[in-house]
Design a protein around this ligand. Structure first.
Ligand SMILES: *[C@@H]1O[C@H](CO)[C@@H](O)[C@H](O)[C@H]1NC(C)=O
Ligand SMILES: *[C@@H]1O[C@H](CO)[C@@H](O)[C@H](O)[C@H]1NC(C)=O
Ligand SMILES: *[C@@H]1O[C@H](CO)[C@@H](O)[C@H](O)[C@H]1NC(C)=O
Ligand SMILES: *[C@@H]1O[C@H](CO)[C@@H](O)[C@H](O)[C@H]1NC(C)=O
Ligand SMILES: *[C@@H]1O[C@H](CO)[C@@H](O)[C@H](O)[C@H]1NC(C)=O
Ligand SMILES: *[C@@H]1O[C@H](CO)[C@@H](O)[C@H](O)[C@H]1NC(C)=O
Ligand SMILES: *[C@@H]1O[C@H](CO)[C@@H](O)[C@H](O)[C@H]1NC(C)=O
Ligand SMILES: *[C@@H]1O[C@H](CO)[C@@H](O)[C@H](O)[C@H]1NC(C)=O
Ligand SMILES: *[C@@H]1O[C@H](CO)[C@@H](O)[C@H](O)[C@H]1NC(C)=O
Ligand SMILES: *[C@@H]1O[C@H](CO)[C@@H](O)[C@H](O)[C@H]1NC(C)=O
Ligand SMILES: *[C@@H]1O[C@H](CO)[C@@H](O)[C@H](O)[C@H]1NC(C)=O
Length: 655
């Protein structure tokens, strides 16, 4: 029994001993940070067992031999390093990550490159912001067969040659943004069969005549001077998923590989659409293609045949020069979910597409997957009902900052019949037919009137009508969307209460009525489970306290500043205060008594006092004024008499 206990104890001891030992090794400093210590050299007494060492943000200029055989990560970024002795890294057999960004490594290339060449096991290397030239980089990349990630942002590379990566063929990610690259030699990236991510943003590349990188998934060419992007026809599969050509000088859509996996295409801030019609643009693109590839057969529509199978779900065409909507080209993209067409110059979306059949029927195309369409700031007046018909899955439509006049629901039949002879200046847009639409932004369209049943067949969830100064909202305007509407913005309309009548909106949780001339909030809101209300900058003097009481069960936040509240008629405020509803701008809210203005907070603190003080004098005002006038009169009379006497005596004294 005792022996048994003893052996148990022994076991316990040895267990805890083990724990102690392993705990000790675990506690050994695997990691040390000397970040931002004004060090001018590497500290001498470093623990040899270190795995990670951070020496970033110091003043180290020179690096001599480091003997840290277990070191895996070394951060020397943001120093003044320009000399690394050639054996400095020889004893860093396990080093995998090295950060040398923000130093001066374009000096002493001989010894620096020798030092770097001994790091053959490196996986990640950052040599950004070192002023490196093409030759320096080529030297630094020798003997790097394990290198996986390379960062060279902000150097002085001009021309990438096929020998640059010949000893670092395992690279998966290369970032060379913000350099001066204007030329890439054939065979520079092609042999890097593991390459997936290539970032060449912010360089000087002008033409991509022959895109050949089958292996890469992500290509960033943003902020170059690219005028066209062309892939020659072949039947190989390209793995490209993301292509960023934004902020370039593209005049045409890119000709992408025929077989690709492209899902995200960024083309914003280019000059696409400068040519008038879609037909012209398509034929010009194809002749450019033929010219570049020196093909004689001109009949084939390469742009369209390569776009058709593209599994794109996102395309950004904002800030281009489109004056007509490229219906045929974009409708080829059958997976497209998000189309950003904001900041172009559309004005009208007519349904002018080519007829293929002789039947005389206008061809109906579809955007079968499009959910989000952004048409902000296009000067839009008119959208053909056939275009609206084609948006079979649309959920979000942004029409902010256009000149769209929504139709009353019956109008759309009339306007869809007369597609050829519409009078654009008086025509309206039949938004009510978009059955799948959930989020509609009509801010700043100079809408004159919102007719009854404007959103008849939709099941709108959110509606923004802000900044349509002087818009009249017909009583039945929200009919149809009434039961689904959750968020409604009617701010900056200059609307008075007599012009605002809202129906019962049983789903409404967010309401913005700010920046109007409202003196009453509609009592029909009692129907709504409102959670967030903004009534800033109106002319409200009070709020209906029984309405507030009813709303307070759901209300969580309310903005109230910028009104002319009456301090002494504030039952509503007590209700809000008691129910702990957040009033984020209460500090700026003011209320008024007849004599002065109060900051609402101040009033809240001493409200009983203030209202007593200010209401009583108001009641006895006339009497008090008479007494004061009498009193002042008497004093004045006394003074006049007294001063005259004084003058007389003085004068007589002088004489
Ligand atoms: C580094 O030097 C600067 C300027 O001399 C000084 O302000 C700062 O406190 C120093 N930092 C450390 C950690 O010694
Ligand atoms: C290298 O250090 C810089 C900060 O000096 C940091 O921004 C960068 O992300 C680091 N590079 C890598 C590859 O971690
Ligand atoms: C490449 O790295 C290996 C292993 O670190 C080393 O033995 C060899 O000398 C290096 N080659 C050059 C040219 O530095
Ligand atoms: C491409 O690079 C630019 C510039 O660095 C960056 O702003 C943009 O987000 C990148 N694009 C993508 C799709 O990551
Ligand atoms: C469309 O692009 C504009 C401008 O770049 C941007 O502000 C907006 O958020 C984008 N819209 C969508 C839906 O991504
Ligand atoms: C398409 O056909 C209709 C009916 O035949 C015709 O009125 C229209 O002009 C044609 N449109 C084009 C672009 O050819
Ligand atoms: C279009 O409407 C305007 C304004 O009502 C009118 O003056 C003009 O005559 C109409 N034009 C046609 C072609 O109907
Ligand atoms: C209400 O609309 C105004 C613009 O008129 C905006 O400034 C404000 O942030 C909106 N309120 C809320 C709570 O979003
Ligand atoms: C809003 O209405 C007031 C008078 O009701 C007027 O003075 C003001 O100019 C209007 N604002 C705009 C932007 O029309
Ligand atoms: C206050 O609101 C209630 C509930 O909506 C309504 O019945 C009542 O008429 C309103 N009172 C005033 C003075 O508007
Ligand atoms: C508002 O509520 C706070 C506590 O939440 C309380 O101290 C204060 O007296 C209340 N003010 C009024 C006017 O009810």
């Amino acid at each position: 029994m005792v022996r048994h206990m003893f052996s148990n104890l022994l076991l316990l001891w040895s267990l805890s001993h083990d724990l102690y030992i392993t705990g000790l090794t675990y506690n050994a400093p695997q990691e040390q940070s000397w970040n931002n210590q004004n060090l001018s050299s590497v500290p001498l007494d470093l623990d040899v067992r270190l795995r990670r060492l951070d020496l970033s943000n110091n003043l180290i200029r020179q690096l001599h031999t480091l003997a840290l055989p277990y070191l895996e990560q070394l951060d020397l970024s943001s120093n003044q390093l320009d000399f690394i002795s050639d054996g400095a890294f020889e004893n860093l057999a396990r080093l995998e990550q090295l950060n040398l960004s923000r130093n001066g490594l374009n000096n002493n290339l001989g010894s620096n490159s020798k030092a770097l060449q001994s790091l053959s096991g490196l996986k990640t290397l950052d040599i950004s912001m070192n002023g490196l030239s093409d030759d320096a980089v080529e030297l630094y990349l020798r003997n790097k067969s394990s290198l996986d990630q390379l960062q060279m942002t902000g150097n002085a590379l001009k021309r990438l040659s096929h020998s640059l990566f010949k000893e670092s063929k395992g690279l998966r990610t290369i970032t060379i943004d913000d350099n001066l690259i204007s030329e890439i030699e054939q065979g520079t990236f092609e042999p890097l069969i593991h390459l997936e991510t290539l970032n060449l943003a912010k360089n000087n590349l002008a033409h991509i005549c022959d895109f050949k990188l089958h292996q890469i998934k992500y290509l960033n060419l943003s902020r170059n001077s690219v005028e066209f992007f062309v892939t020659r026809q072949d039947d190989q599969l390209y793995r490209l998923e993301v292509l960023d050509l934004s902020y370039n000088k593209l005049l045409y859509f890119p000709i992408v590989p025929k077989m690709n996996c492209l899902r995200y295409l960024y083309l914003q801030n280019n000059m696409i659409g400068t040519l008038n019609s879609e037909a012209t643009m398509v034929s010009e693109t194809n002749s450019l293609y033929n010219e570049i590839t020196r093909k004689k057969i001109v009949s084939k529509n390469n742009l369209h045949s390569n776009w058709r199978p593209m599994p794109l779900i996102y395309i950004d065409l904002s800030y281009n020069h489109f004056r007509s909507f490229p219906l045929e080209t974009l409708s080829l993209l059958s997976s497209l979910e998000t189309l950003n067409f904001s900041y172009n110059c559309l004005q009208n979306i007519f349904w002018d597409i080519r007829n293929y059949s002789e039947s005389g029927h206008v061809r109906q195309l579809f955007f079968p997957s499009l959910k989000h369409l952004d048409l902000q700031s296009n000067g839009l007046l008119y959208m053909s009902p056939l275009f609206l018909n084609s948006l079979t899955q649309i959920e979000t439509l942004n029409l902010e900052d256009n000149s769209v006049q929504p139709c009353a629901s019956t109008d759309h039949l009339r306007s869809s019949q007369s597609t050829q002879q519409i009078n654009v200046s008086t025509s309206c847009v039949a938004l009510g037919q978009l059955r799948t639409l959930k989020h509609l932004n009509l801010k700043e369209n100079n809408i004159k009137i919102l007719e009854p049943h404007t959103f008849q067949r939709t099941s709108l969830v959110s509606l923004n009508l802000a900044k349509n100064v002087h818009m009249v909202i017909h009583e039945g305007a929200l009919e149809g969307a009434q039961t689904s509407l959750q968020s409604l913005i009617i701010s900056e309309i200059n609307m008075s209460s007599s012009h605002l009548s809202l129906p019962c909106l049983p789903a409404l949780t967010q309401l913005n009525l700010s920046n109007n001339h409202l003196d009453v909030i509609p009592s029909s809101l009692i129907c709504s489970p409102l959670r967030e209300v903004d009534i800033r900058n109106n002319v409200l003097m009070t709020l209906n306290h029984s309405l507030i009481q009813a709303l307070s069960t759901h209300l969580t936040i309310m903005y109230i500043s910028g009104n002319r509240f009456n301090c002494c008629d504030s039952k509503w405020l007590k209700i809000l205060n008691e129910t702990k509803i957040k009033l984020p701008d209460i500090g700026e809210a003011e209320c008024f008594t007849r004599v002065r203005k109060f900051v609402m907070m101040e009033y809240l603190k001493n409200h009983v006092l203030n209202c007593l003080f200010h209401t009583q004098p108001q009641e006895v005002h006339p009497g008090q004024i008479i007494i004061i006038i009498l009193f002042v009169g008497v004093i004045l009379a006394v003074l006049i008499v007294f001063s005259r006497k004084l003058c007389c005596t003085q004068r007589s004294f002088v004489v």
